[in-house]
Design a protein around this ligand. Structure first.
Ligand SMILES: C[S@@+](CC[C@H](N)C(=O)[O-])C[C@H]1O[C@@H](n2cnc3c(N)ncnc32)[C@H](O)[C@@H]1O
Length: 252
């Protein structure tokens, strides 16, 4: 068994395995849910910016649904997978979602699958929200979701989970640090080594997610210029609470 235990940027080393690890995720349903908020924009939604697009699964579904989509992610390895999936036509940009600058505004901006929990300070979140505001046309909608503090503390918690995804094995070791509402995920993938049949390649990554009170997120959105902010229990139209695991925000 080979071991490689250095810790590069999150999502760089697991990128080739990400889609298999996430194969249970109901992306089609998720994207339909997000699209159900597009009529909340003033005017038609045609151009969509998919922030933290990762390997581009939601991006692809949106393209199939007829939207013109641009994807942004800071992980070049995730974008490499996305490029294979999406072909040459869809613009994909390697950039930090807090800092990218396009000479263009969109009808809708999305940031899905708790990507914003990867921002570890309120300052970083504010930078992200302000940058989204700059890239959203007047009346456009911003839709994103977060893991709640409750989810990080009680669902991720302090735990070790082992999962199988076909011939891949993953280990999820989570530690919750209540003082700063930070969850540490030590993530390991064992994947069959194509160069050495019968052996597995080991890949380790460290992922950190911070939980934010819903009220704080709303305040930061208001400060960034979003006047109307709605919070829903994920995949529903029920008003969100701190006890939900995932909350979807719709802001304009
Ligand atoms: C859980 S994945 C979600 C990918 C995709 N949205 C999906 O639904 O499958 C989180 C993504 O956020 C990206 N990411 C995290 N922080 C980022 C940042 N500051 N700027 C751009 N991308 C970021 C990671 O590289 C990763 O691809």
């Amino acid at each position: 068994m080979r071991s490689s235990r250095s810790r590069p940027q999150p999502f760089e080393r697991i990128a080739p395995y990400y889609d298999r690890i996430m194969q249970e995720v109901e992306y089609e349903e998720w994207v339909r849910y997000v699209e159900s908020f597009f009529p909340w924009a003033k005017g038609e939604v045609r151009e969509v910016l998919d922030l933290a697009c990762g390997t581009g699964t939601p991006t692809k579904i949106l393209v199939q649904h007829g939207y013109r989509v641009v994807g942004i992610d800071r992980s070049v390895a995730m974008l490499r997978v996305a490029r294979r999936k999406l072909g040459p036509e869809v613009p994909l940009i390697a950039a930090d979602l807090r800092k990218f600058a396009l000479r263009k505004q969109f009808d809708a901006v999305l940031c899905l699958f708790d990507s914003l929990n990867n921002l570890l300070t309120e300052l970083e979140l504010s930078e992200a929200f302000e940058n989204v505001r700059r890239h959203l046309r007047d009346g456009g909608v911003f839709v994103f979701d977060v893991n709640t503090i409750y989810a990080l503390e009680h669902y991720w918690g302090n735990d070790v989970k082992v999962k199988e995804h076909g011939d891949l094995i993953t280990i999820w070791r989570t530690t919750y640090l209540p003082g700063n509402r930070l969850s540490r995920l030590d993530f390991t993938v064992f994947a069959p080594d194509e160069e050495a049949p019968g052996c597995y390649r080991r890949v380790d990554e460290l992922h950190l997610e911070r939980g934010y009170p819903l009220k704080t997120l709303k305040t930061l959105l208001n400060r960034a210029g979003f006047r109307r902010v709605y919070l829903f229990r994920h995949l529903t139209r029920y008003t969100a609470s701190e006890k939900d695991l995932r909350v979807t925000f719709v802001a304009r």
